[in-house]
Design a binder for this molecule. Sequence first.
Ligand code: IFM
Length: 444
Amino acid sequence: MTFPNNFTWGVATSSYQIEGAVNEDGRGQSIWDDFCDTPGKIIDGSSGAAACDHYHLWQDDIKLIKSLNANAYRFSIAWPRVLPDGTGRVERRGLDFYDKLVDGLLEAGIEPYATLYHWDLPSALQYRGGWANRDIAEWFADYASLMARTLGDRVTQWMTINEPWCVSFLSHEIGEHAPGLRNGKLARQAAHHTLLAHGRAMQAVRACASQPAKVGIVLNYEPCLPFDANNPDDIEAARLADVQDPFHGWFTCPVFHSYYSPELMAQSGTDAPNIQPGDMALIAQHNDFLGINNYTVGRYRLQNGQPVRVRNQSAEHTLMDWEVAPEGLHSLLMRLHQETRGKVPMYVTENGSSFADQLVSTDGTSRIHDERRAAYLLGHVEATHQAIQKGVDVRGYFAWSLMDNFEWAKGYQQWFGIVHVDYATQKRTIKDSGWAFKKLASRD
Ligand code: IFM
């Protein structure tokens, strides 16, 4: 596989999943601290309080990223570390942490890709309604301005919100993520507000960064595919499922076409979001790129004329019970290329797999032979490569994740890292998938 010369080979993480140090240097409380404190919310009763202790080990982690030959690192900024109350008082020590991290990355020749929001909302803002309060668009814009003023002389790649579907539907309707609500109306309103916040943050970053900034959003997708690609009924089922697909309908449509899917709006009835004049234009501003997070697909069959999601028993599944289907990423890239008329560069900002690992020690050297994760990685990189060959403007691939970490409601019971973390000692060990990544990222 030959990739374009300037292709970005990155690894990705997020603040709450790796930083730990939740009570240090004036960091404010986040909704994930609260959620983890609520019995029954996290499968193993754990939290991100210590996680990978990246807050203290960041210098070693930069060396680790370098040793993988990654030329980019996608990380997120913890809003409550820099604005403990969400608005107002700035915590200088929090800003210093990201200042040093960015300097360290640049010194190591690694390009920083900063995500402004990867789910750790300051609790103080949740008390004011959180994502369900329209004011959050302005709170977020102020926070984005602060970060662009602080880092915008060195960071040129900015991502506003990671997976707004999770921020809204998974967290406000399904209740699996913080703040753990189950209210369809609130979820739809929160979704609309994530996009308003995205629009306002793009404006803020462009206005406040002293270097020309590239700004975009990161959307997650599970492409709808037929259970049997040769069965016309299944093909029809996948088509019907796609028409109702929330990832496209609530997010791609507004961001790139300035409207919510009419089918989803009609289905929502009185739960449909309130939209004010000017909102859709703000949401559909020019994105410098689109970040795509993809892990799996949905398979569909037709039952009584309706699409029904089924498990493809004969396919390989990860520990998350997600079907391994690189063709899904390929078809997604082709489809988004068409939808954006080839005008929006794309990055695969997250892709990876969770499998249980075994540390094998021989002669004092530890190895993790994670063949399945390595094969997943290669399969999806190949799918990306095929899309590029067909003319899709994919600028980079970020492996999720740099290292094993706190997997939200699944606690420490899932392992997405291409680097193993021993949480007792914080020792990092590169897995075979990490060595495979290194080979891909090394151009020699
Ligand atoms: O760990 C998460 C990440 O925070 C967001 N995207 C999906 C990953 C795996 O579930």
